[in-house]
Design a protein around this ligand. Sequence first.
Ligand SMILES: [Zn+2]
Length: 237
Amino acid sequence: MFPDEAEEVREFSREMKLAIKRVVVTHAHGDHSYGTVHFPEAELIAHASFWDFWKEIKEVDREFFARFLPGFEPPELRSPDITFREELRLDTGTEIFLRHTPGHSPDSVLVELPGKGVWIAGDTVIPIPLIASGSLFELLGTLKGLLKRFRGQTIIPGHGRPLKGKAARAAIEGNIRYLEMLRERVGAEIERGSGLDAVLRLDPEEFGISAGNMGGLGLWIHRENLKKAYSELSGKL
Ligand SMILES: [Zn+2]
């Protein structure tokens, strides 16, 4: 979140005559966590593994965003005020549940508003799943769990537009299909004795990925996923 976006949120809260008392951060990746610095007065809520995960990725993450967004100076984050492990119910007048949804990252959190039928998914549901700093198996487990509990909720993905009804279900199902294909195709290569080089040469089109996906980011994400799947499935780093 950039300063102008934070100001938009502030403007909205002023119009609604609401104070911003709490900020939930869905995970530590910079594109989701740097915005917290614009709300120093609010209590910061995150998963119990957020801070340790942040310390682990901090250098690489800051360098990535400084390069990706020339002129952007990644800010220093602060540790959360409130953390939880499995689930947290917030007492706000509107029913809000935070649930641990590991896989995209170890600290990923999904924010549920049951009364409104809305799931704010962070990067747990995005156009192409990214497991580089998480786990193929964990994300598969998380998404299958979400699909079981899905009752037509609107999903606000970490990237892309809100998804309603059938489109929301299709997004979860599509993410699961992609990850299962990763598991099968990379697993088959490992069984055949292939190394990472051969895995990286698999045709991205087979996985439904082309240069046009996510504004060119698709191929990069897919390549990172192949590396992670190879390391998880082969046990080699
Ligand atoms: Zn992320």
